[in-house]
Design a binder for this molecule. Structure first.
Ligand code: MG
Length: 208
C-alpha cells in the first residue's frame, strides 16, 4: 500500500471490521492471508468512516463456483454504508466470466444504476482487483442534495465506471433516492445465494 494509506486488511485479522447487524467483531474467516465470506453472519463494514477516498480491494471467486445469474459468486462493495443490511451504494461483485445476467447487475456495475463499460472478469479462481475513487454526496443542513456521489472504478486495470454521478443509494426495485448522511463505513456483502463464498485480501484506502 502507499505510505499514506489506511490498511483495512493486511492478511492477519479483521480488527478493522465489524458486523453490520450488531457492531460486534467481524467473524468472517481469516485463513492464509485472506478472508472468506461467512454468509450466515451477514455483511461486515469498517470501524472507521470515510468521505472521499481511493480504495484498493482484491477479491476471488472460488474456482469451484456453481450457480447462475445473480446466484453465482455474488458479493458487493458498498462505498458508503448508510444503514443495516444492504443500505448504501453498491458496486457489484459477481462471477461474470461466463455467466449472463442483466447488464446493470454485472460485475463493476453501480448496481441497478450504471452498466460497466467493459466486462473485465477473470476466470473463477484468479484474484481480481478493484481500484475505486469515491466522492461522497453532499447535502445541506435541510437534507437537500447539493452534489451527487461520483465514482470511478477500475477492474483488473480496465476502466469500467468513469466518474459516474449516482442517482441515489442502491435499491433492488424502484428509483434510487438520496437520504442525507455524512462520513460512512465501507461495507462488504454476504449475499444470500447458495453459491460458494468469495475471498478478499489486500484492502487499503487513501482519504482524499
Ligand atoms: Mg451484490
Amino acid at each position: 500500500p502507499p505510505s499514506d494509506a489506511i490498511v483495512l486488511f493486511d492478511g492477519k485479522n479483521l480488527s478493522e471490521w465489524v458486523s453490520v447487524e450488531d457492531n460486534s467483531p467481524a467473524q468472517w474467516i481469516v485463513n492464509n492471508g485472506v478472508f472468506v465470506v461467512k454468509k450466515g453472519l451477514g455483511n461486515i463494514q469498517t470501524k472507521k468512516s470515510f468521505t472521499d477516498y481511493q480504495l484498493h480491494l482484491e477479491w476471488q471467486i472460488p474456482s469451484k463456483i456453481t450457480g447462475t445469474g445473480q446466484g453465482r459468486g455474488n458479493s458487493g462493495l458498498f462505498l458508503a454504508s448508510t444503514g443495516k443490511g444492504d443500505s448504501g451504494y453498491e458496486i457489484q461483485i459477481l462471477d461474470c466470466f461466463e455467466n449472463k445476467t442483466y447488464v446493470n447487475g454485472q460485475t463493476g456495475s453501480v448496481y441497478k444504476q450504471a452498466i460497466p463499460l467493459a466486462n473485465a472478469c477473470r476466470k473463477p479462481g484468479e484474484w481480481q482487483t478493484y481500484d475505486v475513487i469515491w466522492t461522497a454526496p453532499r447535502f445541506n443542513d435541510g437534507g437537500d442534495l447539493l452534489s451527487p456521489a461520483r465514482v470511478t472504478v477500475i477492474h483488473n486495470g480496465v476502466l469500467v465506471q468513469n466518474n459516474v454521478a449516482l442517482k441515489g443509494a442502491t435499491v433492488y426495485i424502484g428509483q434510487p433516492v438520496y437520504t442525507k448522511h455524512g462520513a460512512s463505513p465501507i461495507k462488504l456483502q454476504a449475499h444470500g445465494d447458495a453459491s460458494e463464498p468469495l475471498s478478499f485480501r489486500n484492502i487499503w484506502v487513501r482519504e482524499l
